[in-house]
Design a protein around this ligand. Sequence first.
Ligand code: MLT
Ligand code: MN
Length: 310
Amino acid sequence: MIIKVLGSAAGGGFPQWNCNGPNCSTVRAGEPGLHARTQSSLAVSADGRDWVLLNASPDIRQQIHAVPELHPHRNGAVRNSPIVAAVLTNGDVDHVAGLLSLREGHAFTLYATQRVLDALEANPIFNVLDRSKVRRRVMPLATSFAVDGPQGPTGIEIEAFSVPGKIALYLEDMSAGQTFGTVEGDTVGLRVGGPGGQGFFYVPGCAHVDEGLKRRLSGAALLFFDGTLYTDEEMIAQGLSPKTGGRMGHISMSGPDGSLATLADVEIGRRVYTHINNSNPVLREGSPERTAVEKAGWEVAWDGMDVRLS
Ligand code: MLT
Ligand code: MN
């Protein structure tokens, strides 16, 4: 199985269009040690020919252009694409807005939970995806299924599972108390398997690590995990936003309840942070925070990162 990181930044990307925080201003100035990143998405393939998108970011056009494997096949029809399916982990803008760029009559299969499909259904702009070509399929929870493209199996198997998280920002119900109306199916993680039984986990959004998630991840060969913030209050401290990570439904890396600590004793072959917010000091190579995560055995994903599992 081939895994390509198309975008390793959280919503807003890096740099974010309206942000002059310390990371954004430094990367914009072109100083060494920081690298621009597009918004959260992976692509996976069992055979190197047909590709499945895991989330569809607003930067998808640029991401496809940057990855030759995702260009139209040269010996195909004048208009074609190797992208045969897309699987969504939530309804957040950074994970669904790219669907709008996948119009133009290309057939693919779209998988998401009923909750996320309901959000797309409620937004008629997504009707730009011609339903006779783009089939929307309900992704079950806790059941493995074969990912099919319009021409048949892709060789990729997925199991989606509920993780602690939050309803998409634009759907928050302020009258619903601390949950903002979040229910099961709003945020999922994926186990993605290839034809040889090899597999990895993709959890770009997660509010906290509970015992169930630890058990599930135990023994994993590879994990891509929510790397939004280093500390819960960093956006407030940098004057960027009044929100904590907890308020956004994202666990922090540091602290006793953070992912560094809570996943430290879980056996995972390779652990990689992705969905990294532009406020996160790990974006700065050589920073104390970057050094701390690397010492703890974590990698920080980058756009173009290519991982093979066999
Ligand atoms: C998130 O991951 O919290 C969202 O992408 C935030 C957003 O929609 O801007
Ligand atoms: Mn996001």
